[in-house]
Design a protein around this ligand. Structure first.
Ligand SMILES: Nc1ncnc2c1ncn2[C@@H]1O[C@H](COP(=O)(O)OP(=O)(O)O)[C@@H](O)[C@H]1O
Ligand SMILES: [Mg+2]
Length: 614
């Protein structure tokens, strides 16, 4: 069995009672469906005035081996007694009543089966999505830089939906349709086994033809889902970059890209659906071929051999037709399953992606920061090129260490490594002598807070954005944090104060305001170590002053690693680490480094010219 199918089936486990309900209901559904056809026979006998030629007396029970004959004779006997003691009108009323009851029961069970199945399929959808979402949150940053966002969105939405549809179809294919076929063929066998045998010559032939087309389907379905990813990526990008698209008059360019994707989608989907739609007409045609054969052979039995009565024969043909629809469904289900498998592949690709940054089984709990953080000969590469080489420095408790250097020299990468967004590829980072790879990830990240250049806010209230790390914070704590971050005053001026929704990624706020909410978040978390990565570089001078002020307060009483683009802000740092092309080239205090007249001196000189220019 396909391993993806097995994984899907494992999601049905919590719903075994619903499955049981579905299976049982479907068995009844199929049974009554067959009976509904079978009652045609007495009806036809009455209408055609074929006398029910039953045995004159109750048939003898001659053992299980002759059960079929016994049942046939017994029913014929009963029916002949009834028809000879009642008028045809009365008999017809009885049969019609029977038909109504049977059809009612058939549909009742059909509906019940759907009720059970609906819980099952929506449950599977929910469970897979939850697992997928949790998994996505566990995946390393690396996973997301390699991939388009839209691709991940497509997988969690439409691919999971496809999988859900498939599991549903599988259930029907495994139970309902085979049961219908089984009961119906059983009834046919009961009526006339010679004619029934006739069918089995055709069935394997039809199956072969259908499976030939199905093979192509999974491939084209994968292609469709891939285009769907591109489509969602593009929509996502366009929405988040709408300002730039407008400003650069790039509507035409994006319109063109979008049309290309949508056209691909059109082409691929059309091809896939056309192929899939072949299933139904093909199996119907094959089925009718079988029926034509039955009519030919059965006609011979009725007209020439006279071994078959017309009502029985017509009932038989009706039953044979009753097999057609489920057979058609099975053929179609085969296709749907292939499509679903293509999606399942994409879903389970995420589920099984390597989480990389994992806790070791013996990971150490670490609640406090006592002495120092140390980088020892750290090297790192994102891809092929080393972006950090042999980096070593020490951050003693309570100190402020500044990282400076040109853009691209690896400063942000160091921040990433400290938070363990990535693992070092050489050397090690230790906290109080313990390698951070041995510390529980949760504990490590509890020891630090990070404020980055681009403020990251969620579409939620100001309060909830601040309380991210501490959802149960009291109002006082939140207000206190906002005050430290210079944010309280502007928050109070928002329409609903702390309960104002700040819009998607905080678009209703200015850059400086967003940044101060970010800082308030770090203040509220209040970890021993603060990492500030160019927190003010995206701001204008006025809000930079407010934010810098907030940062200075944030750093008080904390150990800080500060990455600063404006060197004037780090003059008082205890240690300045100067980076160049992934290496540490100078370390020391501002005074020492200025005296040395090296790279740092040059950087400071460059910036003071800029300041004079302003
Ligand atoms: N996610 C990533 N994948 C591959 N390369 C990256 C990634 N992030 C940064 N880099 C590369 O790593 C180098 C250092 O980047 P970074 O640490 O951001 O520098 P800085 O913060 O000093 O400007 C750069 O050359 C950059 O191109
Ligand atoms: Mg950077």
């Amino acid at each position: 069995m396909d391993s993806n199918l097995r994984k899907i089936l494992s999601y049905t486990r919590p719903y075994k009672w619903w499955i049981t309900g579905n299976v049982v209901s479907n068995i009844f559904y199929a049974f009554f469906g067959m009976l509904a056809m079978l009652v045609l026979m007495p009806m036809l006998q009455i209408l055609f005035r074929v006398s029910a030629e039953g045995p004159a007396s109750r048939p003898e029970w001659t053992g299980l081996g002759h059960m079929k004959e016994f049942a046939q004779q017994w029913m014929a006997w009963k029916w002949s007694i009834y028809t000879s003691t009642h008028t045809p009108g009365q008999s017809l009323t009885l049969v019609i009543g029977l038909v109504l009851v049977i059809v009612f029961l058939k549909n009742l069970f059909g509906y019940l089966a759907m009720v059970f199945a609906t819980v099952l399929r929506n449950g599977i959808l929910r469970d897979i999505r939850v697992d997928l979402y949790d998994k996505i949150l566990r995946l390393p940053l690396e996973y997301f830089s390699d991939r388009r966002k839209g691709d991940t969105i497509a997988r969690i939405t439409s691919d999971v939906y496809e999988v859900q549809m498939t599991s549903m179809t599988v259930l029907e294919m495994l139970v309902r349709d085979p049961m219908t076929i089984l009961f119906t063929v059983g009834a046919m066998w009961f009526l006339n086994y010679k004619l029934t045998l006739f069918i089995f010559v055709f069935v394997p032939l039809a199956g072969l033809i259908i499976s030939l087309i199905g093979k192509q389907l999974k491939k084209s379905s994968l292609a469709v889902q891939r285009t769907n990813s591109r489509f969602l990526s593009l929509v996502e990008e366009s929405l988040s970059g709408i300002k730039i698209i407008k400003a650069f008059n790039a509507e035409g360019l994006f319109g063109k890209k979008f049309r290309a994707v949508v056209n691909d989608m059109f082409r691929l989907t059309t091809r896939m659906v056309n192929r899939q739609n072949l299933a139904s007409p093909l199996s119907e045609f094959l089925g009718v071929g079988v029926i034509a054969g039955i009519i030919g052979y059965g006609g011979h039995l009725v007209l020439v051999e006279k071994s078959l009565s017309a009502p029985v024969f017509i009932t038989f043909v009706a039953l044979a037709y009753n097999v057609l629809t489920p057979a058609k469904n099975i053929a179609r289900a085969g296709y749907a399953v292939r499509r679903g498998m293509a999606s399942a592949e994409r879903v389970f690709e995420i589920m099984e992606a390597d989480e990389k940054i994992r806790d070791k089984p013996v990971a150490v709990a670490k609640e406090n920061f006592e002495r120092e953080i140390r980088l020892e000969n750290v090297s790192f590469r994102y891809e092929a090129d080393e972006v950090l080489r042999d980096v070593s420095f020490r951050v003693p408790k309570g100190a402020t260490v500044a990282l400076v250097g040109q853009s691209g020299s690896g400063k942000t990468t160091i921040a990433h490594l400290l938070m363990r967004f990535y693992d070092v590829t050489g050397g090690k980072i230790t906290i109080d002598g313990i390698d951070i790879r041995d510390i529980r990830k949760r504990d490590l990240r509890n020891l630090m807070a990070i404020v980055t250049q681009e403020s990251i806010l969620f579409n939620d209230t100001v309060r909830n954005n601040i309380a991210l790390a501490k959802p149960d914070a009291t109002d006082e704590e939140i207000i206190q944090a906002a005050k430290v971050a210079n944010a309280h005053d502007f928050i109070m001026q928002l329409p609903k104060g702390y309960d104002t929704n700040i819009g998607d990624s905080g678009n209703k706020l200015s850059g400086g305001q967003k940044q101060r909410i970010n800082i308030a978040r770090a203040v509220l978390k209040n970890p021993p170590v603060m990492i500030l990565d160019e927190a003010t570089s995206a701001l204008d001078t006025e809000s930079e002053r407010l934010v810098q002020d907030a940062l200075d307060r944030l750093m008080q009483g904390h150990t800080s690693v500060v990455i600063a683009h404006r060197l004037s802000t780090i003059k008082n740092a205890d240690l300045i680490v100067v980076m160049d092309k992934g290496r540490v080239v100078e370390t020391g205090s501002h005074k020492e480094l200025m005296k040395r007249k090296g790279i740092y001196h040059k950087l400071v000189m460059l910036q003071s010219f800029e300041v004079e220019d302003e």
